[in-house]
Design a binder for this molecule. Sequence first.
Ligand SMILES: NC(=O)c1ccc[n+]([C@@H]2O[C@H](COP(=O)([O-])OP(=O)(O)OC[C@H]3O[C@@H](n4cnc5c(N)ncnc54)[C@H](OP(=O)(O)O)[C@@H]3O)[C@@H](O)[C@H]2O)c1
Length: 243
Amino acid sequence: MKQVIIITGAGKGIGRAIALEFAQASKMHKGFKPALILASRTISDLESVAAECRSFGATADIFQVDIANTAQIERLVNTTVERYGSIDCLVNNAGVGRFKPLTEMTEEDFDYTMSTNLKGTFFLTQRVFGLMEKRRSGHIFFITSIAAEMAFKSSSIYCMSKFAQKGLVEVMRLYAKTCNVRITNVMPGAVYTPMWGEVPDAMKSVMMRPEDIAGPVVGAYFMPQRTSVEELVLRPVCGDINE
Ligand SMILES: NC(=O)c1ccc[n+]([C@@H]2O[C@H](COP(=O)([O-])OP(=O)(O)OC[C@H]3O[C@@H](n4cnc5c(N)ncnc54)[C@H](OP(=O)(O)O)[C@@H]3O)[C@@H](O)[C@H]2O)c1
C-alpha cells in the first residue's frame, strides 16, 4: 500500500529536500512506496521536484495551493483522499519570513506572514488531523524554527508566527496522544535556502543545507510506530546566526 505524504512548500528549500529524501527512502526501506503530494504556489517548481522524485521511483502528484486560502486547502485534502484513499503524513513546511527592523514592518508584512505561517498551518492541520483521528494513525511534522523559542531582532513578525506555531504543536500533542498520531516539531537554525535571498559567502559557508534537515525528518518518520520523535533541534555547528 502507498504511504500518502503531503508536503507543503515542496517546491524549494527544506520542503524540496524532504520530498527528495522520502522519494529515495524506498531504496532503504523495503515495502515503502510513497505517494508524495507536493504543494506550493509555484507550479514550475513543483513540476521539477516531482520529476526528480519520480526518477527515484516514487509517485509524485503536484498541487498549486496557497495554504492561506482555506478553499484551496479543502481542494488539496479532498482531491488527495479521492485519489489515494487516506493521508498518512503531513509535513507542515510552507512558511514565509520578512526580515527587517521592527519600525519598518507594515500591516501587509504582518498579514502576509500570519496568513501562511498561522492561518494556513492551522486550517490544514485541523483538516488532516480530523482524518487521522478517525483512522487512529498518522504523523504530522511542523517545520517551525529555533525562532519558535528564541528572539531575533529583525524577525519580530516571523518570531511571533513561529512561537505561535509552537503553541499549536503543544495543543496538537494533547489531541494526538489519544489517537495514536505522532507529532514532530522540527526546529532548525539557519539553513541556506531561497528564503534568505543573497547571503555573504562567509555566512553561507557555515549555514546548514536543506538535506541536513530532510534526513532527520525522514528518520523520525521511520521510527517504530510506538515511538514518537517529539522534537528535532538542528543548528549550525558554530551556533546561531544572528541577523
Ligand atoms: N531557511 C531557514 O534558515 C529556516 C530555518 C528554520 C525554519 N525554517 C522554516 O522552514 C520552512 C521552509 O523554509 P525554507 O527556508 O525552505 O523556505 P523557502 O526556500 O522560501 O521555501 C518555502 C516554500 O514554501 C512555499 N510557500 C510559501 N508560502 C506558501 C503558501 N502560502 N502556500 C503554499 N506554499 C507556500 C514556497 O513556494 P511558493 O512561494 O511557490 O508558494 C516554497 O516552496 C519555513 O516554514 C521556514 O519558516 C527555515
